[in-house]
Design a protein around this ligand. Sequence first.
Ligand SMILES: Nc1ncnc2c1ncn2[C@@H]1O[C@H](COP(=O)(O)OP(=O)(O)OP(=O)(O)O)[C@@H](O)[C@H]1O
Ligand SMILES: [Mg+2]
Length: 243
Amino acid sequence: MGEKLRLEGVIKSFGANDVLCGVDLSVDEGEMVCLIGASGSGKSTLLRCLNLLEPIDDGRILLDGVDISEPDLDPLPVRQRMGLVFQSYNLFPHMTAFENVMLAPRRVLRKSRAELAPGVESLFARFGLAAQMGHYPDQLSGGQQQRVAIIRALAMRPEVMLFDEVTSSLDPELVGEVLDVLRLLKSEGMTMVLATHEMGFARDAADKVCFLDGGRILEEGPPATIFTDPHEPRTREFLRRVL
Ligand SMILES: Nc1ncnc2c1ncn2[C@@H]1O[C@H](COP(=O)(O)OP(=O)(O)OP(=O)(O)O)[C@@H](O)[C@H]1O
Ligand SMILES: [Mg+2]
C-alpha cells in the first residue's frame, strides 16, 4: 500500500499559543491512524489543518504526494477528497436524513437527484439505516444521527475520512453502533485518521496510534506497543490516567 497522506513539520499557532509544533505523520492507503492525547494537545487542530479548515504556519501536507497546504490552493476539491466528521452531527432539522445526505453532493458534485439516489440509498442500507432515510433528525437517536452524518460525508466519495471524537456526545449504549461503522469502513479499505478517547477501540482497530503531547507526536506505533509497552514516560502517564 502506498502512502496516502503525509505531514512534514507542520506548525500551527493561534496567537501566542503554539498548538502544533512540528508534526510529522505518514498515513498509508487503507490505514486507520488513531490520535490520542490529553485535552488541548492539538488533535482537533491537526484534523482541521488536514482538511484545510485552518491554514498552517509552516511545514507541508501532502495528499498522494501533492502539496495541499499551499496558501493559494483551492481547498474545496481537497475537502471533497477528505471527509471530516465531528462530534456534533449538525444535521438540518427541517430535512430528512436522506435530504441531509443529498444536499452537498447535489451542490458540489452537480449531479441530479436521480443520478445520486441509488448510491445514497445503498449507503443507508450498508450502514443499517435503510428504514430511517425518511426520518427527520429529531426522530433519530444520537447514534443514528451520527451515522447519518458519516453517510453524508461518504456521499461525497472521499478517499480519506477524518473523525473527531465522533462518539463523545453519545450515550454509552450508542457508542458501539458508531464504532461498528468505523470498523466496516476500515474493512472496506478506507484510509482514516481519528481523534478518539475510545482507548479500547484504538487498541483493537487502529493500525497505528499516535500520542500527541504539547503539539508534537511524542510517540507512535502499533497499538500493541503503545498500549502495553510505551517508551515515553508521558505516554505511560497519560495511559495510566485514562485506562
Ligand atoms: N480557533 C482557535 N482559536 C484559538 N485557539 C484555538 C483554536 N482552536 C484550538 N485552539 C487552541 O489550540 C489548543 C489545542 O486545541 P485542540 O482543540 O486541537 O485540542 P484537542 O487535542 O482536540 O483537545 P480535546 O481532547 O479537548 O478535544 C488549545 O489550547 C485550544 O485552546
Ligand atoms: Mg478535540
